[in-house]
Design a binder for this molecule. Sequence first.
Ligand code: PBG
Ligand code: ZN
Length: 321
Amino acid sequence: MQRTRRLRKTPLVREMIAETRLHPGMFVYPYFVIPGKNIIQEIKAMPGISRFSSDALVKDAEKGLRAGVNKILLFGVGEKKFEDARMAWDQNSIVAEAVHTLKKNFGEDLYVITDVCLCAYTTHGHCGLLKDDYVQNDTSLDVLGRMAVAHAKAGADMVAPSDMMDGRVAVIRERLDREGLETIPIMSYSTKFASAYYGPFREAADSAPGKGDRKSYQMDFRNAREAVREAKIDEAEGADIVMVKPALAYLDIIRAVRRHTALPVACYNVSAEYSMVKTAAAAGLIDEERIVMENMYAFSRAGAGIIITYHARAILENKWL
Ligand code: PBG
Ligand code: ZN
């Protein structure tokens, strides 16, 4: 008989042979920043997550920092929307202001990543510029490039394009380099699927497309080979980190991308994945801590070295690791 149970007998021996380990350093916590002063708006669709004005964000980030939440991903919400998304690259945008304030307060103690995408800035809510009901690729690239530069100039440590236009990593890299921002890395949402799991986020970021869907630019979830191709293209264009999004229903994709690149691989544990856990836990159906940690180990086991999750704050504050 093969007695595999020998190594499961006590907590210490189980700990000793654990194949997967999580570290506080691998977590990234998303934040939604809005215009105004001293404002905290709870997001109903995402229990425990709020939108903050930049002054309130500084206070909240300080609390998070004490628990070890030292990497954040910023989304700008509530900016004035234009057909050409011009506030996206405005040096006085709410994101630029928030980045500036955060870096002034925390310097290198807080690593600030910004989401680069047009959907919260366009009147139509698409991630690129729209013409004849089609999201235009090449004209959107210029805007995305300007947006990344504006964020980096404001002090962002890293930019994260989430739009899924072809060629955007190369354009952003070139624009950053041209501005003397060659030390700013790009974390590409390289492998982002058109997914119903973004539902609560679109309420949070007020970024739902007014008409149509995102299937002409985000990936079809039936495709795994194409997912690897997307990651490799972004690597060739100069991405420093590639990402798989969503995460839970896409563990096979995380694994496949991990096998095909030497770059760090991140996964994004998205809004509906979060909200489903929170509502089921509030209903008493599941144990939040145990479910959350089982999910985090699954991401790590699949091959993600970086986990972007709305649970990061609770994991670190409550010492669930
Ligand atoms: C915008 C963007 C989305 C998310 C991150 N960036 C939504 C979308 O593509 O519609 C989803 C994040 C989440 O659901 O938590 N490009
Ligand atoms: Zn978008």
